[in-house]
Design a protein around this ligand. Structure first.
Ligand code: SAH
Length: 236
């Protein structure tokens, strides 16, 4: 039941392992939001569209080489059954060749109607289904996973936490690393002294202007040191 006024954000995942979903997204904030109907999840088994008695989904690569490739006819049929042409949701193929996922894209996706995610396995998918079904390739980083499922869970988690009402305090979504263009400043909580390390005095002094300035300066210092690529012109 969707008890909020916002429409449900609909995620459809095409996978050979539907039992991997909702997985970790079924607990905590995303799990509560799933129960409330803030978002909905449909994990569809690509193998339902497999061929023959063994429901084959893959075949050997044209031109030779190691591994297997997901067939375009099988995947095409699975996509058509899950997302008809009038479905306005973006269709994303989890793929290490894709554009790296970043917070601006996550936010845009979370503000739309939902997503259709295709999870590759083996060596990947037949190239023709990418163009034939208008799939946009999205990567979660420069490393190779054994399948697209964990990448899909990453993308979904990042989107779901931004849906209205999912995070307790709306502000906490806007101050994180990347949303501000900088890495986040350091956090502290009790105890005030721990193993000879004290919380910086400014944070316990009650001067809110000074605290805000300290946090901005720390965010800039960390970004310069660790991720200079995030700095805007003039900040370096
Ligand atoms: N042979 C391919 C890798 C295939 S890995 C290559 O070298 O590019 C199998 C599947 O895992 C892929 O089809 C994709 O769906 C998923 N995958 C692997 N790494 C990923 C990443 N960094 N981001 C998103 N999906 C990934």
């Amino acid at each position: 039941m969707n008890v909020s006024t916002a429409p449900t954000w609909n995620a459809t995942v095409l996978t050979l392992y539907p039992e991997m979903f909702p997985g970790p997204l079924g607990i905590s904030l995303s799990g509560d939001a799933l129960m409330r109907g803030t978002w909905a999840l449909e994990a569809r088994d690509i193998r339902e569209h497999g061929l023959g008695r063994h429901r084959a989904v893959d075949d050997t690569p044209a031109g030779g080489g190691a591994g297997m490739v997901l067939r375009c006819d099988v995947l095409g049929a699975a996509i058509d059954a899950a997302a008809p042409p009038d479905d306005s949701r973006p269709r994303l193929l989890m793929s290490p060749r894709g554009k790296p996922l970043a917070q601006n894209r996550v936010r845009a996706l979370s503000e739309g109607p939902g997503v259709v995610l295709v999870c590759g396995r083996f060596e990947g998918v037949d190239e023709r289904v990418i163009a034939g079904r208008g799939l946009e390739e999205v990567s979660i980083g420069d490393y190779i996973l054994s399948g697209g499922e964990i990448a899909a869970l990453v993308l979904l988690d990042a989107c779901i936490r931004l849906l209205p009402g999912v995070m307790g305090k709306v502000a906490s979504g806007e101050e994180e690393s990347f949303e501000t263009g900088h890495l986040e400043y350091p956090h502290y909580t009790r105890p005030r002294d721990w193993e000879g390390r004290a919380i910086p005095d400014v944070l316990t002094g009650g001067n809110h202007g000074a605290i805000a300035r300290w946090r901005r300066a720390e965010a800039l210092r960390l970004t310069r040191a660790r991720r200079p690529d995030l700095l805007r012109p003039g900040e370096d």
